[in-house]
Design a protein around this ligand. Structure first.
Ligand code: FAD
Length: 444
């Protein structure tokens, strides 16, 4: 069994340096990938995580390294990212399960097929190997219950890796290359001198730095909130399970109607309900409601609004604190939500209906993660104008694992002041308050 909680042993305990070039807040795939490219360029780097390396989204995800179905601005970065995952997987000297296995979206009706087909124009623009499949071609790939599909969209170069292994393996390789990594080390506050970032204050002391990258996932809004910077981002619970070893009826990742499956290195499948992301109403829902309206109205169904749980504490969160106080980050070391029983039922029903070869294969483990969603379902990668030297890389909205190394390189190059290799206008922070109309990404 995998330990997803703050009971997992602490494995990264480097002493805090007094000064580095860059401090990275958060050791998920984005923080670790950013550190990877900063180090490659010769920077000294400290990565702090309040809990564990990849303790939150970056180990809990489906393991899809997907280019297809993305926002047009993300595609070139995602295409870089597949190649970077492949090269990094060789360099880290550990098997992270990287495989170019293909990703498939199926369509039950001609209407669904037409919706998928619209995305093909984006693929063609970037010469991505995405193609439409007939029902018979889907049946040739997915060897279970033939005859149920009108067709599908397939990208053979899309890939997978094992999330529990991947980011920790990169972190170990980073440590061997001289990057300091520290778990159970919340960054409490930013150190600002003469209007510029001068470092951070962690729960274990102060570290001077020329630049700070906030890659805090679902916590980024809180981290910035303490600086009175408003980041419209909400969290959504997504539930996942892994099956016992099962017959290999399909080797890649696929959306099969209501259920998503991905072949695992251990011979089982990672399974999820394909579009259940539960957002529990809290203070930020009310605060950012108008920003999220276009996404809530769109067909992406990225947020299923719920009222349960500890509503009171969500309505009155701690918004401000001083650097000498225990912060919300230390109170929740590892965000480890209970899996949703409804989602687990949906998944089982989906398997019975769509992939009968898995109908009776038991779930050996179930877990959930909190996805960080922005109003337009694309991330922010930008410097925060009010705090020169503070960079934000967050809001990957349920698809940051695949694009992680590509995004990490983008952020590292931004910090290093290098010319951007892609058009990054779509990811600017100012889009939320400069009067531009929210363009919700495809969320396919
Ligand atoms: C169930 C699920 C399925 C998904 N499936 C896929 C998929 O198949 N493919 C895909 O591409 N993406 C997928 N995603 C999305 C993907 O996992 C995320 O977009 C990605 O992992 C985000 O990485 P991150 O580094 O930004 O955030 P995280 O991995 O959440 O890391 C943020 C880290 O910051 C730390 N932190 C926060 N505040 C502080 C602080 N003040 N001080 C120190 N540390 C701090 C946290 O402890 C955490 O470890 C999925 C997500 C979930 C939850």
């Amino acid at each position: 069994m995998t330990d997803f909680s703050d009971r997992a042993p602490i494995t990264f305990q480097d002493p805090l340096p007094s000064a580095v070039d860059v401090v990275v807040v958060g050791a998920g795939v984005i923080g670790i990938s950013t550190a990877w490219f900063l180090r490659q360029a010769g920077s000294s780097v400290l990565v702090c995580d309040k809990g564990r390396v990849a303790g939150e989204q970056s180990s809990r995800n489906w393991g899809w390294i997907r280019q297809q179905g993305r926002d047009a601005a993300e595609v070139p970065i995602a295409m870089d990212s597949v190649n970077l995952w492949e090269s990094i997987s060789r360099e880290v000297g550990a098997d992270i399960g990287f495989t170019r296995c293909g990703i498939l979206y199926t369509a039950r009706t001609e209407r669904e097929l037409a919706r998928l087909e619209r995305w093909l124009r984006i693929a063609e623009r970037h010469q991505l190997d995405t193609r439409m499949l007939t029902g018979a071609e889907v049946d040739a790939l997915v060897k279970d219950k033939p005859g149920q599909w009108a067709g599908g969209m397939y990208t053979a170069s899309d890939s997978r890796a094992e999330p529990f292994k991947a980011v920790p393996a990169v972190a170990r390789a980073l440590q061997a290359r001289g990057v300091a990594l520290r778990e159970n080390c919340a960054v409490r506050a930013l150190d600002v001198t003469a209007g510029r970032v001068a470092g951070v204050v962690t729960e274990h002391g102060r570290v001077r730095a020329n630049a700070v990258v906030c890659a805090a996932g679902a916590w980024s809004t809180r981290f910035l909130g303490n600086l009175d910077v408003a980041l419209p981002q909400l969290s959504a619970r997504a539930t996942v399970a892994r099956t016992a070893p099962a017959p290999n009826f399909y080797d890649g990742g696929a959306i099969l109607g209501e259920v998503a499956v991905r072949r695992r290195q251990d011979g089982g499948y990672t399974v999820a309900a394909s579009s259940t992301n539960e957002h529990f109403v809290g203070a930020d829902t009310l605060r950012y409601f108008s920003e999220f309206l276009p996404a809530l109205r769109s067909s992406t169904r990225f947020l299923d609004v719920r009222f349960g749980g500890d509503l009171l504490s969500r309505l009155f969160p701690t918004r401000h604190w001083h650097a000498d106080e225990v912060t919300p980050f230390e109170k929740v070391r590892v965000l480890n939500p209970e899996p949703s029983p409804d989602a687990l039922r949906e998944m089982r029903a989906g398997l019975i209906e769509r992939a009968p070869k898995l109908a009776d294969v038991p779930f050996e483990e179930a877990w959930a993660g909190m996805i960080d969603v922005t109003p337009d379902v694309v991330p922010v990668m930008d410097e925060i104008a009010r705090f020169p030297g503070l960079y934000l890389a967050t809001g990957f909205s349920g698809h940051g694992f695949g694009i992680g190394p590509g995004a990490g390189r983008v952020v590292a190059e931004m910090v290093l002041g290098k010319p951007a290799r892609h058009d990054l206008a779509r990811f600017r922070f100012a889009r939320f308050d400069d009067g531009s109309k929210a363009e919700v990404g495809p969320g396919l």
